[in-house]
Design a protein around this ligand. Sequence first.
Ligand SMILES: Cc1ncc(C[n+]2csc(CCOP(=O)(O)OP(=O)(O)O)c2C)c(N)n1
Ligand SMILES: [Mg+2]
Length: 709
Amino acid sequence: MPTQLASKQKMKTNNTHDLLRLEAERMRILDLKALNRAGSGHPGATLSLAEVMSVLYFGGVLRYDPRDPTWPHRDRLVLSEGHAAPILYAALVEAGYAGWSVDALMDLRKNPDVMAQGHTTRGTPGVDCSTGALGMGGSKALGMALAARYKGQDYHTFAVIGDGESEEGQIYEAAANAAALGVDNLTWILNRNKAQQTAGIHDLTATEHEGLFRSLGWNVVALDGESAQPEKNREFIRKLRAALLKAKQDAGRSGRPTLVLVDTIKGKGVDFMEYKSYGPGQYKFHGVAPTDEELERALPLIEKRLAASESSLAAWRRQAAISPDEKRRVEAANAEAAKKRRQKLTALRSAAKAPPFPAYKTSDKPCGTRDGFGDALAHLAAKHPEIVATSPDLQDSVKMFGFEKSAGRHGRNNPLGAYFPEGIAESNACGKSAGLGLEGLIPFMGTFDNFLLEAADELYHAAAFGSFYVAVGTHSGCGVGPDGKSQMGLSTPGMIDHFSGEDGSLFEMYEPADAQEAAEITRMIVERALQREGPGDRPVYLRLTRHNVAHLDRSQVPEWPRCLVRGSYVATPAKSPDLILVASGATVGESIKAALALGKEGVQVKVINVVSLNRIASAESDFIKELNQEVPVITAHDAEPNALGHRVKDAINTARTRGLKPGHVAACLGADASPRGSRTGSGSTEENYRRNRLDAAGIASAIRKALRR
Ligand SMILES: Cc1ncc(C[n+]2csc(CCOP(=O)(O)OP(=O)(O)O)c2C)c(N)n1
Ligand SMILES: [Mg+2]
């Protein structure tokens, strides 16, 4: 559907700021028409951002080539308040982005295939980041900006954040971290339209954004955009453009991120849609699309201010995109900078003291699986500057200290450091890692397994919208011991498995059985990530122990460690077993011991080590074939018992549908997560394992019970 602009008046002025003002009005029209067609959406937010989008796309602020939306040297834009998507789409249509058209915009919210999804979704041309759950975009933008600084690239990263959205703690986490790291190639635009969904901002919170961001160390520019009247609006646009261009110029110099605090009006430009301090819940146009009648009333109000012909604006708009000559220059300069930076990083890393790749012997003192991971990571970092890492103040506990020492701590004075410091802020650590991953790096984010739950939304987001980073959870399970239940990750595998889809394809999951396996899995993750083209599209979860685990003898395991890639392997074979014992992580060693003990009693137990619990149920898995012996199955996992239990039951089901003859699940052994239970809590690892029947003796007795021996 072509846009019909009512005004036939010739454009009288060539003034850029006036053109930007007019362009904003055009986008308002497109936006309202699309919302009206969709029958749902957010006019308040979108109308308040029309000038911001106009200035970004047509005021020479963003560097972009509309025919090449994923051009690596484009400036990044994260629309963190993702419900404002249609006004971004309107800008993409107007800028002539590949694939976009007015028709595509008018498909807004129609079905899952349309480009114009209700909230910004990556994969859509011109959308750099999926958003929609408020509070998460600032961290992604921070990660993208850090990646540019680390790789020596000159793109700038912008994020648009709502004022209600800024109530989310993660916004504060990201802001504090960005300032501490002196990330000056990052600019946030805070859309202070004074209203959120159900109330005015200050009905709910007392935040004074200017003071808050200044105290955090940001450069703050406050601008008044509270009038749609041409004179005032033009002046606002002039200042907004100047502030955004200055923020870009300051990159690499100021040592501070910039906040452009834009005081605007929710529903700006359509008087009956403008928010005017109504009582809580009385503002209609936050999330209600205009009816036909409302659209008819709204359009003339906008058109009255739109004093230009469509064709003269169209010619002007095209000049905003980068020219072919300039594009070539930018590409050459950035390619050269990237090459030099990589050489420097490679030289630095190889000169640093890194541990050798782990090679534990079975006679070595038992250690945590986190130890194998930490040494492998530090070792691999010496070869691959693509590996970066962060941890919310736990890099000692998660064994990333070695990496931090050899790969260097990133900061305002050390852009070459690959360890990105982080406060106690798990959500930001995950979001930032997602941003780093979107830019082609291999980020490891390490915390206690239990604390990954703090970042559940980020982890879900990484799976659902596709971003790559490795979420490392150490201190898993009741084996943590003395620290007690608040420090034990019990539910994390189940949660992540839930995010990973029926076939596990949305989230890679790994849980090693000892430190050597942890090292090999770490190497496998890095090697696979190095082979990916582009940013990769799924996250990885690596679950590790703090507590010590004996080193396993795998001399009889065919093709180990290459077999790890298949997601499970037989750790203790048995030709005609009486029972199949399925274990994962630290319980594998205990299971092998139990099988040995039972062997002496004449009971044959086959032990399968599940390395990736969400892969075992697929019809092609080796695991399915290994179940094809009609004997009872027991599972043992130092986690909430259903995580592994459910997948094994699924696998049995799959095996049956394939005509195989697996047995039934006789028991799922796991850690008691009940708040009133006394099986898990402070005490030794051994005591916790004993109480939960996860030690060799407990597992063996469960097997005897199942076999009625
Ligand atoms: C985490 C999360 N909580 C709640 C929502 C639902 N929601 C969508 S928009 C909105 C209000 C946002 O207000 P603000 O950030 O001020 O944006 P505005 O529409 O005013 O530009 C809410 C609560 C959401 N999308 N994400
Ligand atoms: Mg708001």
